[in-house]
Design a protein around this ligand. Structure first.
Ligand SMILES: Cc1cc2nc3c(=O)[nH]c(=O)nc-3n(C[C@H](O)[C@H](O)[C@H](O)COP(=O)(O)OP(=O)(O)OC[C@H]3O[C@@H](n4cnc5c(N)ncnc54)[C@H](O)[C@@H]3O)c2cc1C
Length: 305
């Protein structure tokens, strides 16, 4: 298999058994925010080998690349993304073995949490409502309602830009609040092993339902967003600080600070990445002025800014 298949591209899409490549794919189709210009080359590998070959192509031709999972924590610029976007949401699958589960990077947290519950395995309840992939969740050390990936990750297989694969222990991943070592090394998560605990299926499912209700009550789930826009500053809640600065409902273009939960910036319709960024900068400035606290973006900025 080789990306030389590109020379046969007729309608800007090439599909083989191992990879799908689309030229000029609009990123709004691949982000929860429904925002973003086009990726020059949008590559969905169906195997680790296809990913390794794609990385080799990038290295040899000095093409920049970006990795995405389910796009639920991304703000892609209106100018799009230069080079290759590797879409890892295509690498899905899992295998339970006793209290552990091995899963591929693109598997959704929702699927893993649901399957774990069916088996009476506890530990993933917190993750059921996080709309991301395992890869994105480990990269971000995603967490909610007192749980985080750090509590359950046992190890992860990762690939570097030369296609070399190694296994990292939980300690080596250095998971901390919305951060992992992968942010520094640039390695791509291929799969991970999660350690769960045996529990009571009915109780696990009840907890998941309660957390889902809390989300529906508190979060603007009927609008596109990237979840919490800002990280939680030590000793504070971002949403509360934004509300106290009088910014609930504040909007720039199609982007708005949610009236339901001020910690979420939502796309009310037709928002551009520039709208969201202008809104975020204004929120940061006014919160700083009002409370002296610096808000840092949790949402990851991707593309040409
Ligand atoms: C409605 C809503 C609710 C949310 N609630 C929560 C919440 O409760 N808690 C929480 O923590 N987050 C929450 N989020 C944010 C988001 O879902 C998480 O950060 C999630 O883990 C991102 O996963 P993803 O697959 O979508 O990653 P993406 O958004 O695609 O990518 C996020 C980052 O991870 C990197 N990445 C993705 N896959 C890989 C990989 N395989 N290898 C290496 N790097 C990779 C990307 O390069 C990028 O930097 C919410 C988002 C929404 C829209």
């Amino acid at each position: 298999m080789s990306y030389d298949v590109l020379q046969y591209a007729e309608d800007y899409t090439v599909r083989t058994d191992e990879v799908e490549i689309v030229l000029g794919e609009p990123m709004r189709y691949h982000t929860n925010f429904r925002i973003g210009g086009s990726a020059e080359l949008f590559v969905s590998p169906y195997s680790e080998d296809a990913l390794a070959i794609g990385l080799e192509m990038c290295r040899k031709r000095e093409i920049p690349y970006t990795v995405i999972g389910r796009g639920s924590n991304l703000l892609v610029s209106d100018r799009g993304i230069r080079g290759v976007v590797f879409d890892l949401s295509t690498l899905t699958g899992y295998r339970f073995d006793g209290n552990t589960v091995f899963a591929l990077a693109g598997t959704t947290l929702a699927a893993l949490a649901g399957k774990a519950a069916e088996r009476g395995l506890s530990g993933l309840e917190f993750a059921a409502g996080i709309p991301g992939s395992l890869g994105g969740a480990v990269f971000m050390n995603a967490g909610a309602y007192g749980g985080e990936m750090k509590d359950i990750v046992e190890s992860a297989r990762v690939m570097d830009e030369a296609g070399r694969i190694r296994t990292l222990s939980a300690e080596e991943l250095e998971l901390s609040y919305r951060h992992s070592k992968l942010e520094e090394t640039g390695e791509i998560l291929l799969s991970a092993v999660l350690r769960l605990k045996s529990g009571d299926r009915a109780e696990i499912e009840r907890t998941m339902q309660e957390l889902a209700e809390k989300r529906r009550d508190k979060q603007p789930l009927n609008y596109p967003s990237a979840g919490s826009t800002f990280k939680r500053p030590a000793g504070h809640f971002a949403g509360k600080l934004i509300e106290e600065a009088g910014l609930k409902g504040f909007s720039v273009g199609g982007a708005q600070v949610s009236e339901k939960h001020a910690g979420f910036v939502i796309n009310k319709g037709g928002a551009t990445a520039a709208d969201v960024m202008a809104l975020c900068r204004e929120v940061q400035a006014r919160v700083k002025e009002n409370s002296g606290v610096d808000l840092e973006l949790e949402v990851r900025l991707v593309g040409e800014w």
